[in-house]
Design a protein around this ligand. Structure first.
Ligand code: NDP
Length: 444
């Protein structure tokens, strides 16, 4: 049994009932075989064992009172996974499916993603099984304040800087920040994704979606191609999906489908983004309204069918494990040539295998969606420097970072003899920097 196999076996044994964490760890560790072979000192230092064990896991109760006066209790989490290269950084997810396994998989991914940005940020992730959907603003505020009443002791501008994720957007960040400031009496960059009136950065809202398109554009360019005239399918109907759609359209692509967790819309004439934004961002409505408002578009109940729509480029931007092997095969059969992961771990291990076997250019999440956290780090830089960059300045830095990530993962894959395998490239390139820092720090 190899070193990697032993670490994975132990991880599964000592962390039972954490399937998403096992999945992410398997994807990462199996691609690191050639690196640990080249560096026998890692095994001696138990580097992988330390890498897969969070530095700290915080779990807490979050009591709050709903609009009927009833006391509700949710679970809160913050996993401070790895601070070797910088303060913990990673989003908060509010969704009923949230559990320790999901937060740990996201945290583990985040370590390498943050490393790939080239910026000094470690990996962390948090959240709650609270569901903001259907709650009043007052209920969301009550929940966020209670969540922060515990979280504030563990975070700080130089310690751990959370941001948004599924179910945590500008409104939630505002309530969380307001409560942190009230308790600590500090107006600092302790959360990113803040509003522009209180320390936020331009482009943070658009960053993950834009970044996904920038890296995909670079992959297209490397093959003498572009977004112009391409048919694109995007899953999700949230922050990442909307801004990926906007940027892809601005580069001449036709985005024909999107979904929320109830069903998908197909618009053969190209999605009308102003209507999408009105439904989602203004009315907090459901995607099905789109078909009622746009002639020629169709709404279908259920999500999976979206992957049967023929496209050149698929951009999963909703949640983990959206694309299984069967959907991946359907995409391939219908001529899909590029997959860029906007969501975290949206493709199963089997789906990735299908893409890679069939020559699809597959850009894994930790590289493809790193634009969000990269821009968060730019927000941190502006906060500590008390400076404010223009939209064009931040956007140019974001684009530079994404182009760089593409070439780093491409080069790392080539260096280890796996040309075009960006799962290998991203994991290796991300891991090397973290491993160097961990080795330099000694046994900690
Ligand atoms: P949002 O909450 O803004 O949107 C999420 C979208 O995905 C919603 O349309 C939601 O539908 C849909 N969705 C969620 N769960 C499911 C499900 N089980 N099945 C089908 N659809 C689902 O989140 P974001 O756009 O911020 O995040 C999307 C993904 O991108 C996540 O994987 C996140 O981790 C990742 N990501 C986000 C970053 C960011 O900056 N925001 C940065 C990097 C990664 P519904 O409203 O019906 O629940």
């Amino acid at each position: 049994m190899t070193y990697v196999e032993r670490v994975l076996k132990n991880l599964k044994k000592h962390n039972p009932n954490e399937p998403e964490f096992h999945q992410a760890a398997t994807e990462i560790l199996t691609t690191l075989e050639p690196v640990v072979e080249k560096h026998p000192e890692y095994e001696k230092a138990a580097l992988l064992e330390r890498f897969v064990e969070p530095e700290r896991v915080i779990m807490f109760r979050v009591p709050w009172v709903d609009d009927k006066g009833k006391v509700q209790v949710n679970k809160g989490y913050r996993v401070q996974f790895n601070s070797a290269i910088g303060p913990y950084k990673g989003g908060l997810r509010f969704h009923p499916s949230v559990n320790l396994s999901i937060i740990k998989f996201l945290g583990l991914e985040q370590i390498l993603k943050n490393s790939l940005t080239g910026l000094p940020i470690g990996g962390g992730k948090g959240g709650s099984d609270f569901d903001p959907k259907g709650k009043s603003d007052r209920e969301v505020m009550a929940f966020c304040q209670s969540f922060m009443n515990e979280l504030y002791r563990h975070i700080g501008a130089d310690t751990d800087v959370p941001a948004g994720d599924i179910g945590v957007g500008g409104r939630e960040i505002g309530y969380l920040f307001g409560q942190y400031k009230r308790i600590r009496d500090e107006h600092v960059g302790v959360l990113t994704g803040r509003g522009l009136s209180y320390g936020g950065s331009l482009v943070r809202t658009e960053a993950t979606g834009y970044g996904l398109i920038y890296i995909t554009e670079e992959a297209l360019k490397a093959r003498g191609d572009s977004f112009e005239g391409k048919t694109v399918v995007i899953s999700g109907f949230g922050n990442v999906a909307i801004y990926a759609c906007q940027k892809a359209q601005s580069l001449g692509a036709k985005v024909v489908a999107m979904y929320d967790s109830n069903g998908y819309i197909y618009d053969p004439n190209g999605i009308k983004l102003d209507i999408v934004k009105d439904i989602k961002e203004v009315k907090r409505g459901r995607i099905k309204e789109y078909a009622q408002r746009v002639e020629g578009s169709v709404y279908t109940e259920g999500c999976k069918g979206i992957w049967t729509i023929p496209c050149d480029i698929a951009l999963p931007c909703a949640t983990q494990n959206e694309i299984d092997a069967a959907s991946a095969q359907t995409l391939v059969n219908n001529g899909c040539k590029y997959v860029g992961e906007g969501a975290n771990m949206p493709s199963t291990l089997e789906a990735i295998e299908v893409f890679q076997k069939n020559g699809v250019v597959f850009l894994p999440a930790k590289a493809a969606n790193a634009g969000g956290v990269a821009t968060s780090a730019l927000e941190m830089a502006q906060s500590s420097g008390r400076i404010f960059w223009t939209f064009e300045e931040v956007d140019a830095k974001l684009k530079g970072i994404m182009v760089n990530i593409y070439h780093n993962i491409d080069n790392a894959a080539k260096e280890y003899g796996y040309e075009g395998n960006y799962v290998m490239g991203a994991n290796i390139a991300g891991f090397k920097k973290v491993a160097d820092a961990m080795m330099a720090h000694g046994v900690v």
